[in-house]
Design a protein around this ligand. Sequence first.
Ligand SMILES: Cc1ncc(COP(=O)(O)O)c(C=O)c1O
Ligand SMILES: N[C@@H](CCCC[NH3+])C(=O)O
Length: 437
Amino acid sequence: MTATTPFLPDTRDETTDAWLTRRNGTLCAEAVPLSAVAQAVGTPFYAYSAAALRANYAALAAAVAPHRVTVCFAVKASSNRNVLAEFAALGCGMDIVSGGEMTRALAAGTPPSRIIFSGVGKTRGEIRAALRVGLHQINVESAAELEVVAAAARELGLRAPVALRVNPDVDALTHAKITTARKDSKFGIAAAEVPALYAEAAARPELEMVGLAVHIGSQILDLAPFRQAWAAMAGLVRVLRAAGLPVARLDLGGGLGIGDDSHPGPDLAEYARIIGETVGGLDLALNVEPGRWLCGRAGVLVSEVLYLKPGEGADFAIIDAAMNDLMRPALYEARHPVMPLHPPRDGAARAYRLVGPICESSDDFGSYPGLGPLAAGDLLAFRHAGAYGAAMSSTYNSRDLIPEVLVDGAQFRLIRARAGIDAALRLEEPGPWSHAG
Ligand SMILES: Cc1ncc(COP(=O)(O)O)c(C=O)c1O
Ligand SMILES: N[C@@H](CCCC[NH3+])C(=O)O
């Protein structure tokens, strides 16, 4: 029986994965065969397309521009400074959640005036550093944090530009672990508490109250929750202004999801239209802070098949990538489309369950019908791995942090070297004992 070609590039998705094509049968990232990258850096590795990063930013920025919306990339999605530099060079701002991310955003060439500091647990040190650097805005998530920001600003003799992050109690209709604005969520300040807190803060000379922020969750495919949340924010802006309070900016958050072979993904024009209809007429400086949408489809994780063995329902293909490299399937039951690097092969189309070497049953990427026949040594590309892949990886089971590579046209280069056990052992050199008491 001749195999059909179930893993040919998904041409339905040309605007998103157009950088992945098959040339002479082999899978290429832009004009670079991924097998050549595998030879150069070894597997597993991440590869990103510079063209896809740039195209994604251009498409999103153009879609929202008519509504006076700037785009800030959520650094947590892909914090490699070379990826950040691609965006920074285009004028993209950054949304950060730690001092480490601030260092990365600045190192990538982002001006402080384009950096927003989000996050529910900023430390005193991080807040002081942000104020000293002169970031655009600090999104404050509690009354307690507001006190710390005010104290730091006073000590430094500065005015802190503050927005309050609101919890509008909206279900983002996404995976429960990545929804962030339901009533019981740790994020944001309950909408009912915002007017009093905002008024109190606006009366403090060390705080410059610039506006509000909201972020309802991640991998959002149904746009209705955005409409609900932003309509609630518009209501709140009107309430604050009616009380004579200044509201100049509104941070609409990230969360725009990406489709896959079974879902086309949200429509950018519709996303922009909802912004216009909910908050467009309020004379606000708006921004969005997408992570996944800008970089998720611009990256693949390439892994080698180590062993095949029979299993219940589907045969196992044990691969050299694991949950420490890409933890989304284990953490959120996420499914990443997979394409073999080799050309279609004769033989029965078979389902394989792709699993990694880690000693956890959740080290399982799921069952993939129509992949086979596979053989040991085959290379597989997990698509849509450009967001929350390398950024969330760990060294569990004392595995290496794997290389990251950036492809640009017919060239590629290493943008993060493999970090192996030798480096880890150096960090574990024991320090001197300290005597307590
Ligand atoms: C405050 C904030 N902004 C932006 C993002 C980016 O989310 P996404 O990658 O889903 O666009 C996140 C993560 O969910 C976040 O917590
Ligand atoms: N890390 C998650 C999303 C949460 C983003 C941060 N709030 C993912 O891989 O999908």
